[in-house]
Structures are given as structure tokens and as C-alpha cells.
Design a protein around this ligand. Structure first.
Ligand code: THU
Length: 160
């Protein structure tokens, strides 16, 4: 038996204004996308904006359904849209913001496990890391240089 320790590396910015200007812009797109979330059940709105290497920005927001599991998170709405609309473009950056109607979301809100798995697929497909920036409605922003940092021991195509 041996013990294995897995470490991850993130950067924490105190505020959006500390981010590089292009990322601030991307976060602004995510915030705008968040406003169009359809979240009548959870009252938890999430916005995602993706910057591609063809200079295009693709957005997404969570879309809920009366049959709860039929809804989809913002991150997957956005990344599947990017895959459908720009299948040959590389995904360079992803900005995420979430806001709850029940409490002030002033801590960074990371993507759920299912979304991490979905983003990992594209990172592996393009063989290039995707920068992920996530926040609540205000306050600190976390940056991960790669999706892989957020999903240790991931399942991928190499196992198939
Ligand atoms: N949600 C997202 O859009 N992204 C996540 O990473 C976590 C959760 C959505 C799904 C659902 O509409 C609402 O937030 C509450 O879970």
C-alpha cells in the first residue's frame, strides 16, 4: 500500500476588477447570460460565457424544467452550444457566475461535477487547457488554469 496525495492549484482574485480586462469582459457576458437563466424552481441563476480561439463568445444559462432532471446547467448549455456552432474552434476561457434569490452569493461558486465532466471532454478533445473563472454574484473570483485541476481522477476516453 502507498498513500497518494493529489494537489490542485488555483488563483483567487479579490474582485472582478483585478482580472485581466479581456476576462472582465467575458465575465460581463456571463453576467448578462445569467439574467436570462430560466430558473423558476431553484431561483438559482447561473451564467456562462466561453471565449473561443476564433474570437467568438458563446454564452449559456441554466434552463430548468417542471420535470426537474430534464433541465440543464449553464455550463453545459454553453459548451454544447460551442461544440454545435463552432466544432473546430478551441475553447480558451470560460467565465461563470451564479446568483441565488435566497441568499447573497458572495463566494465563488464552482461548476457542478456533471459540468466538470462535460468540460473535461472538450479539454481532452482539443488537447489544450481551458481556463475557468468562477464567482458568485459578487466578490472573489477563482481561476483554474485547466479543467483538469477541478476534476482529479477524471474518467476519460483512454479507458474505453
Ligand atoms: N446549476 C448550474 O447551472 N450550474 C452548476 O454548475 C450548478 C447548478 C443550475 C442547475 C439548476 O438549474 C440550478 O442551478 C440549481 O441547481
Amino acid at each position: 500500500m502507498k498513500e497518494v496525495k493529489i494537489e490542485t492549484e488555483l488563483k483567487v482574485y479579490d474582485d472582478v476588477s483585478e482580472l485581466p480586462t479581456d476576462v472582465q469582459e467575458l465575465m460581463k457576458s456571463a453576467l448578462e447570460a445569467r439574467e436570462n437563466a430560466y430558473a423558476p424552481y431553484s431561483k438559482f441563476k447561473v451564467g456562462a460565457a466561453i471565449y473561443l480561439d476564433n474570437n467568438e463568445v458563446v454564452i449559456g444559462s441554466n434552463q430548468e424544467n417542471a420535470s426537474y432532471p430534464s433541465g440543464l446547467c449553464a455550463e453545459r448549455t454553453a459548451i454544447y452550444y460551442a461544440g454545435a456552432k463552432h466544432p473546430n474552434a478551441k475553447i480558451l476561457k470560460m467565465a461563470l457566475t451564479a446568483s441565488s434569490q435566497n441568499q447573497i452569493t458572495d463566494t465563488p461558486i464552482p461548476p457542478c461535477g456533471a459540468c466538470r465532466q462535460a468540460i473535461a471532454e472538450y479539454e481532452i478533445k482539443q488537447n489544450q487547457p481551458i481556463e475557468i473563472y468562477f464567482m458568485g454574484a459578487k466578490g472573489k473570483v477563482v481561476k483554474s488554469n485547466s479543467l483538469a485541476n477541478l476534476l482529479p481522477l477524471g474518467f476519460d476516453r483512454s479507458f474505453l
